[in-house]
Design a protein around this ligand. Structure first.
Ligand code: HEM
Length: 316
């Protein structure tokens, strides 16, 4: 049963640890400016920047009619699709894929104070993480970014060095058919007013382009010549700590997803102005309504890391 009795467990020293992790991500970025120019610490490579609409469904249950889902309205939105790595890599290479959405024209109290006029959601093509906290997440990025690829093999053969690294690499290698045909997940929960939910985006197109992995961007834009791309937006609500733990992103929640909206990407062409704007833009999950504030340690860590990454890329 959907419940509002979730609790975050916030360690007294975590803000300090999150600041240190943010400093690591800045270092990672600074080491790459000379090679590739200014850019994000992670999800550096943009695949596409798109205009979109989010159409909230009618007749949602009371617990889902919160924040931007309170009424069946249509919002304009902007999207940045990305490959997840800190270095540019061929599209075919194993990677996490990012689907960042900025919903425009929302109104209400912002999570970080003042009034919000937009609501970000940042999703990836994995439903859970192989690491349970931001310290392990940062450690894996640190190992991956500081050693030659040949040495990574040696670390994987000795998983005791970093117990989760072998699983993390498997995550990277999960099959991916393209941004138009996959599902994307928030992994960790966000508030829904007094309730909490994880989000999922499911593509309604099932026709796979076997050549999509040659060029993800060309696959998306060529499909958009023929018509819109549509996704069902779903929410999976907190029920209890056992089945739907707030603080553990390694656990796949055991609760139903319900439809809450449609995301429609209308027919359009690649637009250099929009692509440049998306590079400068901020898709931090903390740019959001208080009603949809990110929940759990891994989400709290993102507050400092995204702000620092954004500051660094705008100053580079
Ligand atoms: C639930 C887990 C996570 C998901 C779903 C996720 C997803 C994403 C996505 C989609 C982007 C690209 C955003 C864009 O296009 O602008 C991104 C960027 C980034 N992520 Fe994460 N991420 C997660 C966890 C983390 C954690 C734990 C950290 C660090 C502590 C982190 C650090 C970053 C940084 C530094 C960027 C670049 C931000 C920028 O410059 O705007 N992420 N992430």
């Amino acid at each position: 049963m959907v419940s509002d009795r979730w609790v975050e467990k916030i360690a007294p020293d975590e803000a300090e640890r999150h600041r240190a992790q943010a400093a690591f991500f800045v270092k990672l970025q600074e080491q790459r400016v000379g090679r590739y120019g200014a850019g994000r610490s992670l999800h550096r490579t943009q695949v596409a920047a798109l205009h979109a609409e989010v159409r909230v469904d009618e007749n949602l249950p009371d617990y889902a009619r919160r924040g931007m889902f309170a009424a069946p309205v249509t919002y304009q939105a902007r999207i940045r699709l990305s490959n997840g790595g800190f270095d540019p890599a061929p599209d075919r290479a194993p990677n996490i894929r990012g689907f960042a959405i900025k919903v425009l024209g929302v109104s209400g109290e912002a999570a970080l104070g003042g009034q919000a006029d937009s609501q970000n959601f940042t999703l990836i093509n994995r439903e859970t993480l192989s690491v349970g906290n931001s310290a392990d997440f940062t450690k894996i990025v640190e190992i991956g970014s500081s050693r030659p690829v040949a040495m990574l093999g040696a670390i994987v053969r000795k998983p005791s060095v970093v117990p989760k690294i072998a699983t993390a690499l498997k995550d990277f290698k999960a099959p991916f058919s393209g941004f138009a045909t996959e599902s994307f997940y928030s992994v960790a929960p966000v508030a829904f007013g007094a309730y909490a939910a994880r989000l999922k985006l499911s593509a309604t197109t099932s026709t796979v382009n076997q050549a999509a992995s040659d060029d993800w961007s060309a696959d998306v834009y060529s499909r958009l010549v023929g018509g819109p791309l549509e996704y069902v937006v779903q929410a999976q609500f907190f029920e209890d700590e056992q089945r739907t733990p707030i603080e553990d992103p390694t656990v796949n929640w055991n609760a139903p997803y319900i439809d809450v909206a449609r995301l429609v990407i209308p027919s359009q062409q690649s637009d250099d102005g929009l692509r440049d704007a998306a590079e400068r833009d901020d898709f931090s999950p903390w740019n959001c309504l208080r009603d949809h504030r990110p929940l759990g340690e891994i989400m709290r860590a993102r507050r400092a890391a995204y702000a620092a990454s954004r500051r660094t890329r705008s100053e580079a």
